[in-house]
Design a protein around this ligand. Sequence first.
Ligand code: SF4
Length: 410
Amino acid sequence: MTAKTKIEWTQETWNPIAGCSVISSGCDNCYAMQMAYRLEAMGLDKYQGTTRKNASGRTLWTGEIKFDEKALMKPLSWKDPRRIFVNSMSDLFHEDVQNEWIDQIFSVMALCPQHTFQILTKRPERMRDYIMSRDNVIHQKYSNVRGSYTIGFLTKYLTTDPTLNNPKYRKLHDNGHIWQVWQETLSNPAAERLYARWPLPNVWLGVSVEDQKTAEERIPFLLDTPAAVRWISAEPLLGMIDLTRIWAKMPSGGKCLCNTLRRNCDDNLDWVVVGGESGPNARPMHPEGPRSLRDQCKGTNVPFFFKQWGEWLSVYDRDKDDPGWRRIPESKDNNTRFINLEGGHGFHGQKVHFIAKVGKKAAGHLLDGEVIQQYPGDVVCPYCNGEGEIETDNNGPIVSCPICEDTTDE
Ligand code: SF4
């Protein structure tokens, strides 16, 4: 299917929620906030009241969150299977998104097994609590037919939803997938199970992180969340991240220093996406950031996806291009500067680069000359070769195979 969005790792966006609020420095130049302001100015109902300008003319979220019931049903009308980024313009697990709205969004995802839904949040604690609690609660809450939350949702929707007056949705109900699923499920308990598995097999749960601090704060909650696929998006990447050393909670209650790319305490990550920041105020990404994450994923079964550099590109690598420090470039304007590994702009730091703001298109998506766009399932476990058996190497038994059920003790 041809992608309908410029976001490289997905094919479609779906926005049943509008509005958000900033939570960390990764949000500072939030694209959704700028876009929501423009859509609000164009008169789109769904974004009215979600943004404002502050005294210095900067666009900010107001914190108002809206549920778009018309957008809710859209995936049911998309017949071709596709990867769908859920809430590219918001955060599904924002504190003011009502559980009932999330229930309905998950119900639609359950009713669309043909699609893969990609969720990203910066509020993984709420995501974990929601996913864990819904296993029981949704069944009780919507259990007016067979105890299945999808069926409960359908019954509720078919009997009360105002969009039934919209001919487009009426047609969908009368002739389409949703009606068929409802009928099948009422008459066939096996079909009910198909649409009621939890966690949903077609939903990838992920967290956005921008540096080691946010990785430490958010990834442990993700690892503690039941999910078909757990992934991170390190975009905008604003600092170095070591995924092999993340403090994570153990099932026993303690904490361990976890290699999140190679399971040794709980389940590991299934996908790592990395990208630089775009837009007029974009901050540069040190080239070692994506290189390091690529190298960490290499040799594991965790696929790596390099999205793009953002607006800035390295045009001089001091250690490689000028080890004698004979051709030191000069910064003449705000569009060029030094960057070192510590995040500063001095020449005397580690791994100094001279970077130029060349624009997103020119900066491109080559990492050391390579396009790296792997997806979950693309990489075979190097320890068991996909056979599910632990092997030994010269260093002794492999401590934990990321996809094998069994592990050996160190
Ligand atoms: S959480 Fe996402 S949508 Fe919300 S402000 Fe931050 S970057 Fe924007």
